[in-house]
Design a protein around this ligand. Sequence first.
Ligand code: ADP
Ligand code: MG
Length: 223
Amino acid sequence: MGILKAENVYRSFERRGRRFDAVCDVSLEVPSGKITVISGRSGSGKSTLLNMLAGTLKPGSGTVTMDGRDLYAMNDRENSGLRSSAIGVIPQGKSLVMSLSVLDNVMLSYLLKGSVTPEIRDKATGALGRLGLSGLAEAAPKGLSGGEMRRVSIARVLINMPDVILADEPTGDLDAGTTATVLSLLREEADRGAAVLLVTHETEAYGIADILYEMSEGKIYIK
Ligand SMILES: Nc1ncnc2c1ncn2[C@@H]1O[C@H](COP(=O)(O)OP(=O)(O)O)[C@@H](O)[C@H]1O
Ligand SMILES: [Mg+2]
């Protein structure tokens, strides 16, 4: 299982001509077999940190490594290979391909590789079922609610069995029952050995943390 590690990552954004520090020199390791939760108010820098860990937002300074390899020193092919298999990301924003069915969205990485097999189709169908979306497999994403779309992106990550799962507000827009289902699926992932990082401003998720941090003004504090 891969070890994902951030060392002194820093990222600022330009705001009305001024520099604004969104994440200030954060160091963090996401251990396998555990659920790490970063809590914190909206705007505290959680998504910025998660995107840097995901390999999709280059830090202004500092490094992110997976098994000692710098994510931002890789070529595009290595980096996208890593992102499609070793690191599974459940993004905060919309991530579905609107022209594909829900089922095809779940199987997206296999579709792109041209390697959809009956087993993959079964796994994808099973993942949709576990997330309460069985009836929507052939639907287009367009008519789905925000919470349904989020669950499709969770199903997509689950079938890839990544070493690391980075989930950005995965229970946003979900009712209490579905939130409990998603948290128990993330626990199963940690139990199979995945390193799970969940960032959220919702207190429901804090109880599931093996390791709990609070993020405030771009810095993290262990709780
Ligand atoms: N692309 C961007 N351009 C400018 N400011 C940004 C950008 N992304 C994030 N920010 C700012 O950085 C801060 C942290 O944002 P974010 O990481 O999304 O926080 P959180 O996920 O905790 O709500 C916010 O004040 C936000 O407005
Ligand atoms: Mg966010």
